[in-house]
Design a protein around this ligand. Structure first.
Ligand code: MN
Length: 336
């Protein structure tokens, strides 16, 4: 997993914890289900799911791979619309090329993050570059959807491209964990991603047997997702395996520990740690649109059909591709 590596002994460190800490307990462990997306690639999705429909302010987490594609096998998500939230794509291995209806685009590769605020609306495509499709290779990434409050849903679409080198690197006090802070703040450090909804989002690699304690804002929710390997979460050490998400309760800090045994290819236990300030507003969602009311969803579909979310050069999808409206929680195959 290249993402980004560094010698933790040379990095700034988190402060050590006082002996008395208000640790958050583990409320729930959710095992991601597998789902087909875009042109037919498999993602692991811990939410939305029957066990966890929403992790306010987060709407969706898709874990893509890790998968070793053969020549011609790599797939992506061709042109599709979004409105009402932000998509955050973090690429650990392989590459995604994106294009959008504003004429923007770029290449997202090892350790980089693309932050797209769909806001009032955009059309985009997310595809592996042709060279990667031709050759094949290791592909591993994550897409997170962050909701926007009603007051921000109509903000103009924008991108933030965060290069691997921009991510804030921090070490745990004993050097056993490397933290890549992508967005928000942690202790006295600040990550590069700028968000409408306050969140903290990081990728940590924790050495075999090492423990990672993180201060966490009391008003944020707190989630830990295992990208690979095995570990334990919370004071009581509940096991968390690859593809599982731990949902924490209230408190001011999180504790997690890597198991002594990890996959042979891994440098440690790889986890995402994320949390944000809950928006606490009604959520109406249908595929790629996330609004507050059903009427706003119908408006989004009409706007898309009328071309008001933008135009693509080569539209792969037409209005006829959208399924009829189904229950609010449904996320269809074109739901990215
Ligand atoms: Mn998308």
């Amino acid at each position: 997993m290249p993402a980004l590596s560094a010698d933790t002994l040379t990095l700034p460190r988190l402060a050590a914890f006082a002996t008395r800490t208000d640790w958050r307990s583990v409320q729930k462990i959710v095992t991601a289900h597998r789902q087909l997306e875009g042109e037919g690639f498999v993602v692991r999705r811990p939410f939305p799911s029957p066990e966890l429909s929403l992790a306010d302010p987060f709407l969706l987490l898709d874990h893509m791979g890790a998968v070793e594609y053969g020549p011609g096998e790599a797939k992506g998500a061709p042109w599709h619309p979004h409105r009402g939230f932000e998509t955050v794509t973090y690429m650990l291995d392989g590459a995604f090329e994106h294009k959008d209806s504003t004429g923007g685009g770029g290449l997202l590769t090892d350790g980089a993050t693309q932050w797209m605020t769909a806001g009032a609306g955009i059309l985009h495509s997310e595809l592996p570059p042709q060279e990667f499709v031709d050759k094949g290779g290791l592909f591993h990434g994550v897409q997170l959807w962050v909701n926007l409050p009603a007051s921000r849903k109509w903000t103009p679409a924008r991108y933030q491209d965060i290069n691997a080198g921009d991510v804030r690197l921090i070490s745990s006090p004993d050097g056993g964990a490397l933290i890549r802070l992508i967005a928000g703040s942690l202790d006295r450090y600040v990550g590069p991603g700028s968000t409408f909804t306050p969140i903290t989002y990081l990728h940590a690699t924790i050495a075999r047997g090492a423990r990672l304690d993180l201060p966490w804002p009391a008003d944020f929710n707190a989630l830990v997702y295992a990208l690979s390997g095995q570990g334990h979460v919370g004071e009581f050490g509940q096991p968390l395996a690859e593809g599982q998400l731990a949902v924490f309760g209230t408190g001011t800090a999180l504790t997690i520990r890597a198991a002594d045994a990890q996959p042979s290819y891994a440098r440690g236990w790889d986890v995402l740690v994320l949390g944000g300030l809950p928006i606490r507003e009604p959520v109406a969602r249908y595929g790629p649109f996330v609004m507050n009311t059903r009427a706003e969803i119908i408006e989004a579909i009409e706007d898309f059909q009328a071309g008001r979310l933008g135009q693509t050069v080569v539209p792969h999808h037409t209005a006829a591709d959208l399924d009829p409206i189904t229950p609010a929680d449904r996320i269809g195959r074109r739901g990215r």
